[in-house]
Ligand binder design. Structure first.
Ligand SMILES: [Zn+2]
Length: 305
């Protein structure tokens, strides 16, 4: 994708356009830290070790239900306060669990639990539905392996040629029940990936999305999504491939998926159900951008390709 295209620029200016995210007034109203209701440590919005909101926010935060279960494996040295994995656990507490490596659960090897990790044999979400691996994505995934960190997904321009939309599958149930994500810097992730419990899982990759993560990771490209961005992208790719989107849902991130009108009992066109995963992310992004000009934030100077 040409980083200078008006389209790309526009997405950068309004990265949350069309997403259905609750008002964050309740966060603005907080003026001081409070003790975590579990561990007692002083926290601003939520506890990033217990994954619960501070008491003044209890009952005031959006709660997402996700279509599959999510395990996030954290690197021990990943700085808790800076990781976005905690956002997912606080906002979707019934579906997201966080583990600290080397504490990795045993997974069934039945193909219904997958690991989000790029590589030569990773499948796209669409290929989970078709059951086959297309040559183009195989080639793209290979390409994407070099240099490391560039392969969060395949090139959107190739997968979604301009003015074309993708197929949806009207399935009764999603092709997977659970996904495992690795929350770490790119370099740390390779160590966790080597764990044999994770090695045996089928791998999937995302389509590309430009990261809005403000935390600069040395050497990582703009395609390297933060954990909560990657989770949101994965949830919507799964949902949209299965059931399309509602006519009333217009986020530019989803416009290449068809609007779905058919009234199959099992079809649930996407209407923003998982967008609140980005509730804290959007808030912090906007807060930071109010403080610094976009151009001055080092993270946005990462190379686009
Ligand atoms: Zn705590």
């Amino acid at each position: 994708m040409n980083p200078k295209s008006p389209e790309a620029r526009n997405r950068d200016d309004k990265p949350f356009e069309g997403l259905i995210i609750d008002d964050t007034q309740v966060l603005n109203a907080l003026v001081a830290r409070s003790p975590c209701p579990r561990c007692g440590k002083s926290r601003m919005y939520f506890c990033y070790t217990c994954f619960v909101p501070v008491s003044p926010l209890e009952g005031h935060l959006p709660q997402c239900r996700l279509p599959i279960k999510v395990d996030i494996i954290k690197h021990r040295r990943e700085i808790d306060g800076k990781s976005t994995a905690a956002h997912a656990a606080v906002l979707a507490p019934e579906d997201v669990k966080i583990y600290t490596y080397p504490d990795v659960p045993e997974y069934k090897n039945d193909g219904r639990t997958v690991l989000l990790y790029p590589g030569t044999n990773s499948r796209t979400v669409r290929e989970l539905f078709t059951g086959k691996q297309s040559n183009i994505s195989y080639a793209e995934n290979r390409l994407a392996e070099l240099p490391p960190g560039y392969n969060v997904g395949t090139l959107m321009t190739k997968i979604f040629p301009k003015n074309s939309s993708v197929e949806i599958y009207h399935v009764n149930e999603l092709p997977i029940d659970q996904v495992v994500l690795i929350d770490s810097t790119w370099n740390q992730s390779r160590g966790i990936y080597a764990d044999e419990k994770l090695q045996q899982l089928p791998k999937i990759v995302l389509q590309n999305r430009v990261s809005q993560f403000w935390r600069h990771q040395k050497g990582s490209p703009r395609w390297y999504l933060s954990t909560v961005e990657a989770l949101h992208e994965l949830m919507i790719e799964l949902h949209l491939c299965a059931w399309g989107r509602s006519n009333n849902y217009t986020s530019p991130l989803t416009l290449h998926y068809p609007v779905h009108f058919e009234n199959h009992p099992h079809c649930k066109p996407y209407i923003g159900e998982y967008d609140n995963l980005l509730y804290f992310f959007k808030y912090m992004y906007e807060k930071l951008h109010a403080l610094y000009k976009h151009e001055d934030l080092l993270a946005y100077k990462r190379p686009m390709s």
